[in-house]
Design a binder for this molecule. Structure first.
Ligand code: ATP
Length: 508
């Protein structure tokens, strides 16, 4: 496979060429960091949503879903702490005129040091073989220790400055580390400033401050303000969860990573309400559950890692990210946060409404604590694409591009292909297609040689190709070709639907 930068470019080009993702308003040269999902993309996206929704709402009797509005009362965002505080530190390079997130510049610098440590560890592992003890090596190797100490020092300074909102200290750190502009290398930086990430607009006809409303920057608040409605009408008992999938908007400073960082994106969030004091137990529970969800898709374990937060958001008492190794490195895919009773207490204070829960077992009322799992749907989409995109050298010397998308998520589950356009084969194929499409999203293709048609399906990740040939007319059997192995099996038409169902099964 080509180098990682090339791989990322290829994934972006493939997404467009095969109808997964288009730039928004492309005929007007696009809108930065906004994307449209195309005919295959929307299917994959809907399948990811459904896999998440089922694993949360269908598989857990104590989790229910809601769909709250994007527009909310402006006080919601005062209570949540977003107004005036949902900022990122930005810095401009005076020579290249490029804008960056100051904290990300430093984090990328740390990632480089970490990369060097990893190289040393990998080398040593090769040298020592089975006897290698990584913890021991990290604790004793002089060079690794030195690098780790440097990382710790930078991390302390960065997160200390972020916590204190000390923008001057962040700038000093960038200067001390001699970080240059990733585009030009120039070290000629402006001061660091805060940049407000919330989009706002006016509701109604008068544009006064009182009418300013926000496009929600997260879906979570829609859950918190409905917590009591759901608890009462659903007769929910603690512990219980509320799940939601929906759009969120952030005016991101840097938006150059395709659908990794968008200004309009979708989140899949679940807020789990627990007894105060039990939150860290549930935090560990959800960390384990969520990583298992990713791996049930057959994704390689070594591409995932947890990153425990050192800098905790104002609302959290524990936080961990699930990071995935994208073509541009390990980055956050999902956040798991122990949000304490911060949100509910804040809404109680601002609304004057009691948002407590009466616990019949303890015979007392309290404001529940909350564990949140929050995953970006678009980032999950990119995770799947990054892992699925493969260029394979075949035995005959040719190359095939295949998307090894987990079958349960694939846009089209099966494509029906009559071997030729005559002899009654298309009619038979249509018959089979009409039956199968009641259960699965299927496609029909009779144009071009069969090999070429298989390649087309490989490129959009269709796991099964069903070919109708002359034997089909005699004995009602077809061949079913597996995308990954390219092996074909002869099966009875009557068994097709059950066979595909078996292959799409997944353990939540
Ligand atoms: P980052 O540090 O990358 O900006 P974050 O820590 O601000 O992310 P959260 O506020 O925890 O992210 O949001 C939860 C999830 O929403 C993230 O794990 C990510 O998958 C997704 N997400 C956040 N911002 C974006 C964005 N601009 N585009 C796409 N997905 C996003």
């Amino acid at each position: 496979m080509a180098n990682k930068e090339d791989l990322f470019k290829k994934i972006i080009a493939h997404s467009k060429e095969y109808g997964f993702i288009f730039q928004s308003s492309e005929i007007y040269d696009g809108l930065s960091a906004v994307y449209d999902y195309a005919q295959n993309g929307v299917e994959l996206k809907n399948n990811i949503k459904s896999y998440w929704w089922k694993s949360m709402v269908q598989m857990n009797e104590n989790i229910v879903g809601i769909d709250s509005a994007i527009f909310m009362h402006p006080t919601v965002w005062k209570a949540s702490g977003h107004v005036g505080a949902f900022n990122d530190p930005m810095i401009d390079n005076k020579d290249s005129k490029k804008r960056y997130r100051a904290d990300v510049l430093v984090e990328d610098f740390m990632a480089k040091i970490e990369g060097k440590i990893k190289k040393d560890v990998d080398k040593a592992r090769k040298r020592f073989g089975d006897a290698f003890d990584e913890t021991e090596f990290r604790a004793t190797n002089g060079r690794v220790k030195e690098r780790q100490a440097k990382m710790d020092e930078i991390s302390k300074r960065l997160y200390g400055a972020m916590d204190a909102e000390d923008l001057t200290a962040i700038k000093e750190l960038i200067e001390d580390l001699e970080i240059g502009c990733p585009m030009s290398g120039s070290k000629n930086w402006t001061d660091v400033r805060q940049f407000d990430l919330m989009f706002n607009t006016q509701m109604g006809s008068v544009s006064e401050e009182a009418n300013t409303i926000y496009l929600r920057p997260e879906t979570a608040q829609g859950i918190f303000v409905n917590y009591l409605n759901v608890q009462k009408t659903g007769r929910m008992k603690i512990p219980f969860g509320i799940a939601q999938i929906g759009k969120a908007f952030r005016n991101e400073i840097v938006a150059r990573q395709f659908i990794f960082r968008m200004r309009e994106f979708e989140q899949m969030e679940m807020q789990f309400f627990v007894r105060p004091g039990d939150e860290l137990k549930w935090f560990e529970h959800w960390k384990a559950k969520r990583i298992a969800w990713h791996q049930a898709l057959g994704m390689p374990a070594e591409k995932y890692r947890f990153h425990d937060h050192e800098k905790l958001a104002h609302y959290a008492n524990a936080a961990s990210d699930i990071e995935f190794e994208f073509p541009f490195g390990f980055k956050e895919l999902e956040g798991i946060h122990s949000r304490t009773d911060f949100d509910l207490s804040a809404h109680m204070e601002h609304s004057g409404k009691k948002l407590q829960y009466f616990d019949p077992e303890l015979n007392k009322s309290y404001v529940p604590y909350v564990i949140e799992t929050s995953i970006g749907l678009d980032r999950m989409f990119l995770t799947i694409l990054s892992q699925a995109y493969n260029e394979e050298k075949l035995e005959d010397g040719s190359t095939r591009v295949v998307l090894n998308i987990p079958p349960v998520l694939a846009p089209t589950k099966a494509t029906v292909l009559p071997l030729t356009k005559k002899d009654g084969l298309p009619e038979k194929a249509r018959e089979i297609m009409n039956e199968l499409k009641l259960d699965y999203n299927c496609a029909y293709d009779e144009k071009d040689a069969i090999g070429k048609r298989y390649r087309r399906q490989d490129a959009i990740g269709t796991p099964y190709c069903i070919t109708i040939d002359h034997q089909t007319l005699e004995d009602n059997t077809v061949t079913i070709r597996d995308r990954d192995t390219m092996l074909q099996e002869r099966v009875a038409i009557a068994d097709l639907s059950g066979l595909i169902r078996e292959k799409l099964k997944i353990q939540f």
